[in-house]
Design a protein around this ligand. Structure first.
Ligand SMILES: [Zn+2]
Length: 183
């Protein structure tokens, strides 16, 4: 829980939002939800594989979504394992060696990004380093707002790094999805 709440604070700081921010989550934004939080608020094609981070409120001001090109920092220091397409933008798969006591088999997936050019597999990132910006969903006429999708994926088997992608992450026979809120 500590890592996730600290990460939300880091996300606010990376976007100049200050300390008085409350993040807000619709049920459809949470792990394992079948609900959509956009468009017709209908049903997702499969259970949600992580958490969607978008809405916040500063003090008593009105609820605001993240900007189209919000800075996305790394939760902790780590190694970039893969960079792959997702249905909006790109995803980064990172091994965060600083997050104990999670198993070394857990990887972290940051999705719907426009990734920094220099952030490629094999390079290391520091805690709080900006690794990309939220994908501008208006480019794809998507009814989704720009947001960060974040997953914690425990790998059951040894998997080639290039296969750490969206063919794998929804496959509950091959991965165990951990609720990011509790890390
Ligand atoms: Zn999502």
């Amino acid at each position: 829980m500590e890592h996730f709440s600290q990460y939300l604070a880091a996300l606010a700081r990376a976007n100049g939002l200050g300390d008085n921010i409350t993040w807000l989550f619709y049920p459809g934004m949470l792990l394992d939800s079948y609900g959509k939080w956009w468009d017709d608020f209908g049903t997702r094609p499969c259970a949600h594989e992580g958490i969607d981070i978008c809405f916040f409120r500063e003090g008593s001001k009105k609820i605001t979504p993240l900007a189209k090109n919000a800075n996305i920092p790394a939760m902790d220091k780590g190694l970039i394992l893969n960079r792959c397409k997702d249905f909006l933008g790109e995803s980064l798969v990172i091994a965060h060696d600083g997050i104990a006591p999670l198993s070394p088999k857990v990887v972290f997936v940051y999705s719907h990004l426009e990734v920094e050019e220099k952030i490629v597999p094999g390079c290391r990132v520091e805690r709080g380093q900006v690794i990309g910006r939220t994908f501008d969903t208006s480019k794809k006429q998507s009814k989704l707002l720009s947001h960060l999708h974040f997953s914690c994926v425990e790998l059951m088997d040894k998997i080639p790094l290039e296969n750490l992608n969206w063919d794998l992450f929804p496959d509950r026979g091959k991965v165990n999805l951990i609720n990011p809120i509790f890390i």
